[in-house]
Design a protein around this ligand. Structure first.
Ligand SMILES: Nc1ncnc2c1ncn2[C@@H]1O[C@H](COP(=O)(O)OP(=O)(O)OP(=O)(O)O)[C@@H](O)[C@H]1O
Ligand code: SF4
Ligand SMILES: [Mg+2]
Length: 321
């Protein structure tokens, strides 16, 4: 059994213009000790998928409309708020894309890291403070004995990001969701943080869901990769298969099939056209308006994700290409 199994997840947002499907039938699984990378253009539903797993969707406007999210066999969607709070920050943790969404401006970063250690690990205040300082040192925050008493606004953006990573890792989570964990950090610190995540995984056997726009980071860290487009997974395979022989026209576009010396090859390539309006998706394949291979069949019906090669699933009528 996988540590995390997401099956047919649908997350809807209510807006003035009606309800739209930000996540529309997403399925994936991550084993203990493994990393699943999630890639896809801005707005394809990566963060909403993560927040759905964490049970942290904005309450009044978003709801999970279908599917299941099983953590060690238990469907998180069936748990009450108390049970979810017991899991969060303890066995499930998330590094958020926006550090300020998870750091409370009214408390010192030390207090915020200590909170989980006191609540979940039953440490006393002094033990928790020492553990928080050690965690800040691990994420390479200089002078952690002083910084532990800083408020979030006293830290630079990069330091806040590191403080949040310290908070997420403090209790040694079994599942870590890292949503663009290193985007705000310079290359050296980024490498240190990725090493730290790998150490955590080696020491604790944690599963990691890693969201990144940086294909270099995904190639280095992930065992498997899921490619999302317009609220759906369109391709999923081992990292080697995905990079060596991508099968979905969107993935091929993302990886930039033609190497260009004037482009930074580690970033996702830019594909012509734009993502469909989630409130009015095209009737057939959602990639059809941008796809060079599109035909009548693509306009008529939406392809489901299916194994086109062993362990390599693709949602495209034409796959394998
Ligand atoms: N709080 C919100 N209210 C309304 N719509 C939202 C909200 N959060 C996300 N959405 C919408 O849900 C869809 C998915 O957004 P999501 O944040 O998951 O994208 P993403 O893949 O994480 O993009 P990025 O790479 O920019 O972080 C988008 O259409 C987005 O506009
Ligand atoms: S189903 Fe058709 S439109 Fe969609 S990606 Fe495949 S070839 Fe392109
Ligand atoms: Mg996001």
């Amino acid at each position: 059994m996988a540590l995390l199994e997401v099956d047919g997840l649908r997350t809807h947002f209510a807006t003035d213009g009606g309800e739209f499907r930000a996540v529309d039938g997403v399925s994936f699984a991550v084993d203990a000790g493994k990393t699943l990378g999630i890639v896809g253009e801005s707005g394809c539903g990566k963060s909403v998928t993560s927040l759905s797993v964490m049970g942290l969707l904005p309450a009044r406007i978003a709801r999970v409309a279908g599917g299941s999210i099983r953590f060690k066999g238990t469907d998180l969607l069936t748990l009450d708020e108390d049970a979810k709070r017991d899991l969060r920050g303890n066995r499930l943790a998330m590094i958020f894309q926006e550090p300020m969404t998870s750091l409370n401006p009214a408390f010192t970063i030390g207090d915020q890291i200590m909170e989980g250690l006191i609540r979940h690990k039953k440490l006393n205040r002094e033990q928790a403070r020492q553990a928080a300082i050690a965690m800040l040192r691990q994420v390479r925050i200089p002078a952690p004995e002083q910084r532990v008493d800083d408020y979030p606004h006293q830290l630079s953006g990069g330091m806040r990001q590191r403080a949040m990573i310290a908070m997420a890792l403090a209790c040694g989570p079994e599942l870590l969701i890292a949503d663009e964990p290193t985007t705000a950090l310079d290359v050296t610190v980024q490498a240190q943080i990725l090493d730290l995540l790998r150490d955590l995984q080696r020491d604790t056997g944690a599963a990691i869901l890693l969201i990144s726009h940086d294909l270099g980071v995904i190639a280095e860290m992930a065992d498997h990769v899921a490619v999302m487009y317009a609220g759906r997974v369109v391709e999923q395979a081992s990292v080697d298969a995905l990079f060596d022989a991508p099968q979905h026209p969107y993935t091929i576009g993302l990886l930039g099939s033609i190497p260009r010396l004037d482009q930074d090859q580690e970033r996702l390539a830019v594909i012509e056209g734009s993502v469909p309006d989630p409130a009015r998706p095209p009737p057939g394949c959602r990639f059809e308006p941008r796809c060079p291979f599109a035909d009548e069949q693509c306009r008529a019906a939406q392809p489901d994700l299916r194994d086109v090669l062993p362990g390599h699933a693709v949602a495209c009528w034409k796959a394998p290409l």
